[in-house]
Design a protein around this ligand. Structure first.
Ligand SMILES: *Cc1c(COP(=O)(O)O)cnc(C)c1O
Length: 421
């Protein structure tokens, strides 16, 4: 459920008309709903109620500091994957002990930054990374709390580019090598083992792969404890999928996911962390765009809009589906005709939808891409020298620009000309 609904024929973000925001900030723009963000966080928090737990928002899905602040005030921790994300978490006022640091390629500078500022734990992904972290921490006279990300060799049955839990994927250490690496960790200076981490992929639409993975983690917990390690924390990753098509697919609910966690690892006495990104942010955001031209040639209709693949790359990158709806609700019973919805960028990949049934639309009409909160604004680029689109946050009947649209001059001012030119 989200808070982007029609009221009196107008698509609203909570109690604000999106057309009103468009008039104020121009198109395209991203718009996020505070109530939806809070609600989605709460679903996870409630799903783990009664267990010692922390829901760490995977901020790579949506990292605007205002959004992080909304979630942080609800009690969320943050899963960060870079020094930049670590800094964003701190800028949003997230306490250090609620920040977990994931990622396959943390640099020594990033490790030092997080050790210096404080964090809950590093999720270490390889033996060389563990050795580097030991050197950095010992060199600073610090101790790095760590989990080891294990790769359980489970197929998440999701899109190829976002499956991470098979042994051919680049993430984590093979689960059958884990005991050796934990044994090594126990001998390294500056390292304190606190738990185990696993994350098998994103946009999972079945609970089965989670179940397989978590049962393996439960077995490993018992083995590592028998080896003498103090395994007190389990980070179970993120990855629960969302419905991208209204009324069609229905991925598992956070409550069912919570029940699965209880069933598989609930009796181990561990503190539970989860790292949902998409399910919190995905349907909490939309991208609003304006129809520039309607082109009709040889039985095809193209709707050329002012948003492009550089603003929302998921269709081009993953073949992803986004529902596309007009800001003015079509009259009931009005016919739909198929159209290709495309952006202005100079490649055919800049196609949001092919042969999509759409109501009648005219130049200047506004449309919204739904489910554009996660992996959307954060993946935007300035390809074709298109300035990044602004982000707007709605809260009840208020809205605020939380990242302004840069001017073309601002964009150009980042380039510098060498002295010899
Ligand atoms: C991407 C990622 C997540 C979040 O995945 P979602 O599908 O957005 O829930 C969590 N943990 C790690 C380590 C990730 O890389």
């Amino acid at each position: 459920m989200d808070h982007f609904l029609y009221r009196d024929g107008h698509l609203m973000a909570e109690d604000v008309s999106l057309a009103e925001i468009a008039a104020a900030v121009g198109t395209p723009f991203y718009c996020y709903s505070t109530a939806t963000l809070r609600r989605h966080f709460q679903l996870f928090d409630d799903a783990l109620a009664g267990m010692d737990h922390l829901v760490c928002f995977a901020m790579k899905s949506l990292s605007n500091i205002a959004v992080l602040k909304v979630l942080g005030e609800s009690g969320a921790g943050m899963d960060v994957v870079s020094g930049g994300e670590y800094a964003r978490a701190r800028a949003a006022g997230i306490p250090a002990d609620r920040i977990v640091f994931s990622g396959v390629g943390k640099t020594r500078e990033e490790m030092a930054m997080a050790l210096d500022g404080g964090l809950r734990q590093f999720n270490v992904e390889s033996e060389p990374e563990l050795r580097a972290l030991s050197q950095v921490a010992a060199g600073m006279g610090a101790t790095a709390p760590i989990t080891l990300r294990v790769n359980p060799d489970v197929d998440a049955r999701t899109h190829e580019k976002i499956a991470t839990g098979r042994k051919t994927d680049k993430f984590g250490v093979p689960i059958d090598r884990a005991r050796d690496i934990y044994a090594l960790a126990a001998t390294l200076p500056g390292i304190e083992v606190v738990g185990i981490d696993v994350h098998i992929g994103s946009q999972l639409t079945s609970l089965d792969p989670f179940e397989q993975a978590y049962l393996k983690v439960a077995d490993l917990t018992r083995e590592l404890r028998a080896d003498g390690h103090d395994i007190r924390r389990l980070d179970l990753g993120g990855g629960l999928g969302i419905p991208y098509t209204r009324g069609n697919d229905a991925p598992p609910l956070p409550s069912d996911y919570g029940a699965l966690i209880r069933r598989t690892v609930g009796d181990l006495g561990c503190e539970i962390e989860i790292e949902p990104g998409r399910l919190i942010s995905g349907n909490a955001g939309i991208l609003v765009s304006k129809l520039l031209y309607v082109k009709e040639e040889s039985d095809r209709r193209w709707l050329i809009v002012d948003a492009a693949m550089n603003d929302l790359i998921r269709p081009a990158m993953y073949g992803a589906h986004h529902d596309i709806v007009p800001l003015t609700e079509p009259e009931s019973g009005v016919g739909q005709t198929e159209a290709d919805i495309v952006g202005p960028v100079c490649e055919s990949g800049d196609t949001f939808a092919r042969s999509r049934p759409m109501p009648p639309l005219a130049e200047g009409d506004l449309i919204a891409f739904r489910s554009a909160g996660a992996y959307a604004a954060v993946m935007a680029s300035e390809y074709n020298s298109r300035p990044l689109v602004p982000e707007v946050l709605v809260n009840g009947d208020q809205f605020a620009v939380i990242r302004a649209r840069p001017t073309i001059d601002e964009m150009l001012s980042r380039d510098t000309i060498p002295a010899w030119l």
